[in-house]
Write a protein that binds this ligand. Structure first.
Ligand SMILES: NC(=O)c1ccc[n+]([C@@H]2O[C@H](COP(=O)([O-])OP(=O)(O)OC[C@H]3O[C@@H](n4cnc5c(N)ncnc54)[C@H](OP(=O)(O)O)[C@@H]3O)[C@@H](O)[C@H]2O)c1
Length: 278
């Protein structure tokens, strides 16, 4: 198993790049002061990984937050994603330039295909491979790709995606997909790890929180890491940004990891990658 050490700890991607396994999500953090503060507070706390996307409409603020922090750019792992309406070869190249422009950066650490848009994602992937070969991005990957999407992509891909970012929490484990990715050296990453804030008030989480003297959020985030899954909890509140990162001073027992696994009910809170219309 990967060892989990501290907030700046990393997992090694298949191209050798080290990706911090803990980061800040900024979906629904408003562009401007809200996201600038979230990014600055997270970096102050020790976070070294920020997850944005062009569709979040806050890349400008993310870039400003990075520049206003005391942390050098090269110490921060910055992720963005190509949106669905920008898919296809040429449009993806343009979308990447625009993201960099808004962020005010000259490279990204990871660029993801946001959703597997039917008939487009293979051309999108070709563009992303090209950007990688041009060394404009240190690692490339996908998001919301089910096994059949990955198998289809791998039929023609030159480069195996380094990451697959998926909805992942104790109600949606998708262990088969996770195992498939692990077997192919595709790092699994969780979005909505706290079920978009719905984990609070659920008995098993409360019981484990009491047992470990932690919060439900900390229990679930720690479970992500012990499953070998990178996690990017979102908050725009300073105290929560700090508290969500206090997960490196305890370890869930294997029984409690299994206990959380057993809550799985294949329940999604976000869209279904097999059936989305945007
Ligand atoms: N690839 C994709 O398709 C995709 C889809 C969705 C998300 N994502 C990424 O994954 C990140 C995380 O997912 P998410 O934002 O959907 O959901 P999440 O991280 O599971 O939950 C965020 C929600 O929980 C609240 N929260 C955070 N910490 C809390 C705490 N300690 N106590 C109580 N409430 C707390 C936040 O509110 P406050 O901000 O008010 O604290 C927010 O409403 C996103 O920000 C984004 O970067 C990717």
């Amino acid at each position: 198993m990967n060892s989990i050490t501290d907030i700046k700890g990393t997992f090694r991607l298949h191209n050798g790049v080290r990706m911090p396994y803990f980061g800040l999500g900024v979906y629904l953090s408003e562009d401007g002061q809200e996201v600038i503060n979230a990014v600055k507070w997270s970096l102050e706390t020790g976070y070294r990984h920020i997850d944005t996307a062009s569709v979040y409409d806050n890349e400008k603020g993310v870039g400003a937050g990075i520049r206003e922090s005391d942390v050098p750019r090269e110490d921060i792992f910055v992720v963005s994603k190509v949106w669905n309406s920008d898919q296809g070869f040429e449009k993806t190249l343009n979308a990447f330039d625009q993201s960099l422009d808004r962020l005010g950066l000259d490279y990204l650490d990871l660029y993801l295909v946001h959703w597997p848009v039917s008939g487009k994602y293979k051309d999108t992937w070709k563009a992303i491979e090209y950007l990688y070969e041009q060394k404009r991005v240190r690692a490339i990957g996908v998001s919301n790709f089910m096994q059949h999407h990955l198998e289809d992509l791998l039929n023609t891909a030159k480069i195996v995606p380094m990451v697959n970012q998926m909805e992942f929490h104790p109600y949606l484990v998708q262990q088969d997909l996770l195992d498939f990715c692990v077997a192919r050296n595709i790092q699994y990453e969780a979005w909505s790890p706290m079920m978009q804030g719905r984990i609070f008030g659920i008995d098993t989480f409360n019981e484990l929180a009491a047992k470990y003297n932690k919060t439900s959020a900390q229990i679930v985030l720690r479970w992500n890491l012990q499953k070998g899954v990178i996690t990017i909890p979102k908050s725009s509140k300073r105290d929560r940004i700090v508290a969500n990162s206090e997960i490196f001073d305890f370890e869930l027992s294997p029984e409690d990891v299994a206990n959380l696994d057993s809550l799985d009910k294949s329940q999604r809170f976000g869209p279904d990658p097999n059936n989305f219309d945007f």
